[in-house]
Design a protein around this ligand. Structure first.
Ligand SMILES: [Zn+2]
Length: 496
């Protein structure tokens, strides 16, 4: 199973705590052997780990047998991109959706688009990662970044729930929060060696209750995380504190023990004993990049239809529409979506469509360092190649945000930069008739049409767009065929 670190750029300072003397755990009989922790700390000693104690993130493919739907919401004026899963369980889904939508709403209120069109757009980016999976416990974390004016900050928020009973757990349901709070507060002086400005006192006697992240390490240690600026100076980043498995064991509730087990030993939530789910990882079938029948765009009225932000739950429906119209398309995929929908990505490749890179997490690349840009691009190239066998040659930067650094990194990665000249505004109107109308009205010879296959209304517009444009004499081709021989690092908005 693939495990990844949670957004590696964010390495919160982590501290390994032992419980304070008053909290010495009830000794023996240790119920179940917890996997070995590096050292058993005595009550008085505090071991410090330099960094890296962030929750381990699981391959979302573990959820492939659950009816998981990934929703996305985006905006261009304010650069907002949020993506979250829903599980077909009313209470759980309401809780997840509620968190994401309220975070977006708060951001929109706090940071409206500046009146000056030259001013940088505020940006909110909210991903999700799978923390834990078992038939009776799933944990996810919302991992966020926001930029407003001069300030950029990170946030995170964990959510735990039982998919078998549609139960949502609050952080206080997982542990004896008084005991955990006491452990955190009791060791505050020594923590100053790692987080110099740490101060839990504003949180009162129950700092655990204010934590925005509750999770476990692969060893079963409890991780309690706080947002930037919450318990330390903002420059100290997000702060996590880790309580060793041995010490935390007596503090865990039954739900907490299930959460811990689901993070240490994740299994497909739909399986009980069948080993089938974990074994067959998707077979990377090497499919050649579509070579397309030779279409001569010097003679024909060629156009390219493109789909961003997927693959998603509606992509397979889209594939059937494209097949019915005998239309090749170009999909600019997000790495995180390929990670969630690997089989759909493979189906896109097998159907002969072109696949390009839309980065891993949909950040505005112009705000990132060259190293971060490279990571966003190459991680996505890698997962596309691994899951579909296709090596992409095109990059569509999120929001169409490009500068010389982005072009340089694209060139290094061998990718041409592809924007569009027909924006259907499908992401904004969420209206099938309006999307069809915009596409038919604005398309000219050589157009590159922008759509998003993560919206049902957009996918529903495709049959009429195909029929309408074919009736006007247009021929659909992939972006590469439209452009002829696109060059790495060069930016294109339309073709011949
Ligand atoms: Zn996008």
């Amino acid at each position: 199973m693939r495990r990844a670190w949670l957004r590696a750029a964010i390495v919160p300072v982590a501290l390994l705590l032992s419980a304070c003397a008053t909290q010495s755990p009830v000794s023996s009989p240790t119920p179940e052997p917890l996997s070995p922790t590096p050292s058993v700390t005595t009550a008085s000693e505090t071991a410090l780990t330099g960094n890296g104690d962030v929750p381990e993130v699981l391959d979302p493919d573990l959820l492939e047998h659950l009816p998981v739907t990934v929703h996305s919401q985006s905006g261009y004026q304010q650069h907002i991109f949020a993506t979250w899963p829903e599980f077909g369980k009313p209470k759980i889904d309401a809780a997840i959706r509620g968190y994401y939508l309220s975070t977006i709403k708060q951001f929109e209120q706090d940071y409206p688009q500046p009146a000056d069109p030259e001013a940088p757009s505020p940006e909110l980016n909210l991903d999700w990662h799978l923390l834990a999976a078992s038939p009776s416990m799933i944990g996810i974390v919302a991992d966020g970044y926001q930029f407003a004016g001069a300030d950029a900050s990170d946030l995170w928020h964990s959510m735990w729930f039982d998919p078998s009973t549609d139960t949502v757990y609050q952080p206080a349901d997982l542990v004896n929060s008084y005991a955990v709070s006491t452990a955190l507060v009791g060791l505050e002086p020594s923590r100053r060696t790692m987080v110099t400005t740490l101060d839990l006192s504003p949180l009162g006697s129950n700092p655990y209750g204010a934590a925005t992240l509750v999770a476990f390490t692969g060893n079963g240690d409890l991780i309690v995380g706080f947002d930037e600026c919450q318990v330390a100076a903002c420059v100290e980043d997000r702060v996590t504190m880790t309580i060793p498995a041995t010490t935390v064991a007596p503090m865990l509730t039954a739900a907490g023990k299930r959460a811990q087990a689901a993070e240490m030993d994740p299994v497909d939530p739909t399986t009980t004993a069948s080993a089938s789910a974990s074994s067959p990882s998707p077979v990377p079938v090497v499919t050649p990049q579509p070579t397309a029948k030779k279409v001569n765009c010097k003679k024909l009225k060629c156009v390219a239809i493109t789909f961003d932000d997927g693959p998603g739950p509606y992509t397979k429906t889209l594939l059937s529409y494209l097949k019915a119209g005998n239309v090749p398309a170009t999909f600019f995929m997000l790495g995180q979506q390929v990670d969630t929908y690997p089989h759909t990505a493979l189906a896109v490749a097998k159907a002969g469509h072109e696949i390009g890179v839309h980065t891993w997490s949909h950040r505005d690349l112009t705000r990132l360092s060259p190293i971060q840009i490279d990571k966003e691009i190459t991680s996505t190239v890698d997962i596309i190649r691994n899951e579909t066998g296709v090596t992409p040659t095109l990059l569509r930067p999120p929001y169409g945000a490009v500068n010389s650094t982005v072009r340089k990194e694209a060139r290094k990665a061998g990718l041409a930069v592809v924007l569009w000249n027909v924006d259907t505004l499908d992401w904004k109107t969420r209206s099938t008739p309006k999307t069809v109308k915009a596409a038919l009205r604005d398309t000219r010879r050589g157009s590159i049409i922008l759509l998003h296959d993560i919206h049902k209304t957009s996918v529903a517009a495709v049959p009429d767009i195909i029929a309408g444009l074919q009736a006007k004499g247009y021929t659909f081709v992939t972006v590469t065929d439209l452009l002829g021989n696109p060059q790495p690092g060069v930016m294109y908005r339309y073709g011949r």
